[in-house]
Design a protein around this ligand. Structure first.
Ligand SMILES: Cc1ncc(COP(=O)(O)O)c(C=O)c1O
Length: 394
């Protein structure tokens, strides 16, 4: 069971609002806001005394919370700017040889695509798995894998349909063949239970500005300890190496870089301490609520929403079979009715993403049964608008 009192305390500003837009942007709870703003306020009040040491304490705490959220060890977590940067570090740091291949899906978000496309300039073949009516099947991915496949790069939840990708077969199959399963986790982490060890995910990248409840400009990567020494980041810096010593010496060895042998090797320079404080607070709240309970609630609310909208003459863009569902539901509307459809949602104080022909509704743990009913009511009005437009046309 979710702790409703805790959720109400954390999101007082959502009382009269149905926020279904977490697939686009975060709505940070109060504890995250305090952590984010508090970092700067605290160090200004202290005239910056100890600010860097405090920053690294915050990083250590966030590492523990994020690790607990995904079933990893804290040493397997490194902090980066966003999903794209985490993906780029892997694509550029992985020891590919010409003739190797990487496998992606045709629906991928650009954050998990261009770094792989760019690898073709280094002689790495790119294999693109076609989705089927929005569904991404594990067997289709595995059918494209061969002896030269080194990485399978896939989003846990696809951003244009909300399709969840299964890893229960894919992860172990990749692991068994020495292939790195690399996941873009941003549409899943914080909303769905994703245990990286159980699913044999080798690498995961996730920005902080969606399910993690934090902010833009701060995200994390997970790299399994079995893989981390094989990935050489494109930049070396004082946190990413072991050979850094305190000034004035800087290093005891000018002949080579002695990389950290855990995910700190992916971190460079002073980090976004305020952003990472926000991630730490967001992950802490998610851990308190329990990711299994969060996922259960989201999927239950999605059942209700599907049931309500299914009764209407509207079409879903998302696959509705349970195994592909993520709590993100996309529903078509005629693009020429966009303004009027937007008006309906605005009147009901419902926030969702409009994507020129479909609405993306992203359910989260703070959404209640009453809010889902209100959303179904709004869709009843949208269906009436669509029906009368069709009638006029015919
Ligand atoms: C699947 C997916 N990956 C990545 C991103 C964002 O990437 P980044 O964190 O680099 O901005 C989004 C959405 O913004 C997304 O939906």
């Amino acid at each position: 069971m979710l702790d409703r009192d805790l959720i109400d305390q954390e999101f007082p500003f959502l009382k009269d609002v149905v926020f279904l837009n977490a697939a686009l942007v975060v709505i940070p709870p109060l504890s995250v806001q305090r952590a984010y703003f508090g970092f700067t306020q605290e160090y200004i009040a202290n005239f910056a005394e100890g600010v860097i040491a405090r920053g690294w304490e915050i990083v250590a705490e966030a590492r523990r919370e994020v690790a607990a959220l995904i079933g990893a060890a804290p040493t397997e977590i490194g902090f980066v700017k966003n999903t794209s940067e985490g993906v780029g570090i892997l694509a550029n740091g992985f020891p590919f040889s010409p003739g190797d291949n990487a496998v992606v899906i045709d629906q991928e978000h650009p954050a998990n695509l261009f770094a792989w496309i760019n690898l073709q300039t280094k002689g790495v073949e790119l294999r693109v798995v076609p989705s089927r009516d929005g569904r991404v099947l594990e067997e289709d991915i595995l059918a494209r894998v061969d002896d030269r496949t080194r990485v399978v790069a896939v989003s846990a939840v696809q951003f244009t349909t909300g399709t969840r990708v299964g890893f229960s077969r894919l992860g172990p199959a990749c692991q068994g063949r020495g292939i790195l399963l690399a996941v873009d986790g941003i549409q899943a982490i914080g909303r769905l239970a994703l245990d990286v060890k159980k699913l044999a995910i080798g690498y995961l990248s996730c920005g902080g500005n969606k399910g993690l409840l934090a902010t833009t400009g701060a995200g994390f990567v997970f790299c399994d300890e079995a893989w981390v020494r094989k990935i050489v980041p494109p930049f070396a810096c004082y946190q990413s190496v072991r050979s850094y010593v305190k000034p004035p010496a800087l290093t005891s060895d000018f002949s080579k870089v002695d990389w950290q042998d855990d995910s700190r090797r992916f971190e460079a320079g002073n980090l976004n301490y305020a952003g990472i404080a926000a991630i730490g607070a967001g992950a802490k709240l998610l851990n308190r609520l329990g990711i299994e309970a969060i996922q259960r609630h989201i999927l239950e609310m999605e059942d209700l929403l599907i049931e309500g909208i299914r009764a209407l003459p509207l079409d879903f863009r998302s696959p509705l079979q349970r195994e592909f569902r993520s709590g993100i539901l996309c529903v078509y509307y005629p693009p020429e009715l966009e303004n009027r459809v937007q008006d309906v949602l605005r009147q009901h104080r419902i926030y969702a993403t409009f994507r020129g022909g479909y609405i993306r509704l992203c359910i989260n743990f703070y959404n209640t049964r009453e809010q889902i009913q209100r959303t179904v009511e709004a869709f009843r009005e949208i269906a009436a608008l669509v029906a009368s437009a069709r009638k006029r046309r015919s």
